[in-house]
Design a protein around this ligand. Structure first.
Ligand SMILES: Cc1cc2nc3c(=O)[nH]c(=O)nc-3n(C[C@H](O)[C@H](O)[C@H](O)COP(=O)(O)O)c2cc1C
Length: 198
């Protein structure tokens, strides 16, 4: 079986610009011979972390919702592509809540010192961050990047590369900019190639 890459979409728009860039990157991954699965955070039915602390002592969260199957998928995947628009100088709320629910991984790794990801898996787990913003202003990606770096660390994925595109509200439809879609494709392809060698 080929290596598996999860594409996590933070935009609620499954046909928006972020989604188009993510799909191009995933196409690159597949063309390099790996498998992909897309997860849309906004389409899942789940609660925000309620700090019930069940995961301090257990390998999962006490809240029984759509996050439960996510833990297994994120343990088993070989790499991740996270694609999101900037919202309010950070990331969309649903995506942030999705990440917060990975306190399950945080507690295993940092509190109980029994990480879910083995050393062997950790060596090959890479992450590509795709992020777009409406405006072209200084530090527009800074907030999103900080959060994403923390998330990649918690789930034991190396921050491998990024594709940050600002001024998207001027660009409007990314389909009219094949050069931007091509950038996403190439990064996805390079990630797939890297994984195949690992
Ligand atoms: C609620 C909301 C908040 C936003 N906040 C910002 C922001 O702080 N800075 C920025 O540059 N763009 C902001 N944007 C613009 C989006 O990043 C931009 O329109 C992006 O292209 C949306 O991507 P999508 O269509 O793939 O979801 C915001 C958009 C929304 C809907």
């Amino acid at each position: 079986m080929g290596k598996k890459v999860i594409g996590l979409l933070g935009s609620p728009l499954t046909e928006g610009n972020t989604a188009k860039l993510l799909e191009k990157a995933l196409q690159g991954v597949r063309d390099a011979g790996c498998e992909t699965e897309t997860i849309v955070a906004a389409n899942l039915d789940f609660q925000a972390c309620m700090e019930m602390m069940f995961c301090r002592e257990h390998d999962t969260c006490i809240i029984d919702d759509d996050m439960q199957p996510m833990y297994g998928k994120f343990r088993e995947m070989d790499s991740l592509i996270l694609a999101t628009p900037v919202m309010t100088m950070g990331i969309p709320g649903m995506l942030k809540s999705f990440m917060d629910r990975f306190q399950v991984f945080f507690n295993a790794k940092y509190v109980r010192r029994q990480p879910f990801i083995t050393k062997e898996q950790k060596k090959r787990r890479q992450a590509l961050f795709i992020c777009i913003s409406g405006m072209k202003i200084p530090e527009v990606f800074a907030g999103a990047k900080k959060t994403v770096e923390a998330f990649f660390d918690i789930i034991d994925c190396k921050y491998w590369d990024e594709l940050l595109i600002n001024d998207m509200d001027t660009i409007r439809d990314v389909s009219a900019h094949p050069e931007l879609l091509d950038l996403a494709y190439k990064k996805g392809f390079a990630l797939g190639e890297l994984l195949k060698k690992s």
